[in-house]
Design a protein around this ligand. Structure first.
Ligand SMILES: N[C@@H](CCC(=O)N[C@@H](CS)C(=O)NCC(=O)O)C(=O)O
Length: 214
């Protein structure tokens, strides 16, 4: 069987989540780098695969998927050796799901802070405030807990940590998740939970440096 193909943009946070999870569970992806999303993801052939014309898009022997969190759930459910990252037990899984929906909301708030920069615009101060409120919520979710959902690291921890790392696009925003005490303890725990995370973070920071030096 052909390996799953990922249509990818290196610095895209949703693509980074998929690549990280694939690395952790040992799935060898065929990565196709998309240079111009607005053209390459909008060909009639690609729109059939992903009507949302977004990256990441996964193609796996007839299965076509958009949405990074759904792709990660699929890869874990189909290929991981165990279900620790995305539990089969519905009572455990529902908490991971809840955190993932929360992450989508938090990421959209973060997007409103860093996206204006790419269009040469100013970030609205209220967008910064919304992210800080989101971080306070996250801090409460972590109260007395080692991990975001259950007793071990899960997809929820990786998704939220990747979302937070996208704040590195905008250090000038002054948003610092580590000002929240529970996040400050949890984030290094997630980053050290698997060697692939460290490798991934290093690659991200190198690519980010190249982008900012351009
Ligand atoms: N919620 C989606 C967001 C995907 C997304 O918006 N990707 C951006 C790149 S980071 C994209 O493809 N934008 C192009 C477009 O929307 O046409 C996910 O998690 O996969």
């Amino acid at each position: 069987m052909a390996p799953p193909t990922l249509f990818n943009v290196t610095l895209s946070p949703p693509c980074r989540l998929v690549r990280l999870v694939a690395g952790i569970i040992g799935v060898d992806l065929k990565v196709v780098d998309v240079k111009d999303i607005s053209k390459e993801m909008k060909t009639p052939e690609m729109l059939k695969k992903n009507p949302q014309h977004t990256v990441p898009t996964l193609e796996d022997n007839g299965v076509y998927l958009a949405e990074s969190r759904a792709i990660a759930m699929y890869l874990i459910s189909k290929y991981a050796k165990d279900d620790s990252l995305y539990p089969k037990d519905v009572n455990k899984r529902v908490l991971v799901d809840q955190r993932l929906f929360y992450d989508q909301d938090l990421y959209n708030k973060i997007l409103n802070v860093f996206l204006p920069k790419f269009f040469g615009k100013q970030t609205d101060p209220s967008s910064i405030e919304k992210v800080n409120e989101g971080l306070e919520t996250l801090n409460r979710m972590l109260d007395g807990k080692q991990w975001l959902a259950g007793d071990n690291v899960t997809l929820a921890d990786y998704a939220v940590a990747i979302s937070l790392s996208s704040l590195d696009f905008v250090p000038e925003s002054g948003i610092d998740p580590k000002k929240q005490p529970n996040i400050n303890q949890w984030l290094p725990r997630v980053e050290n939970s698997h060697p692939k995370y460290g490798e991934h973070l290093k690659e991200f920071h190198e690519a980010l440096k190249k982008l900012t030096q351009k």
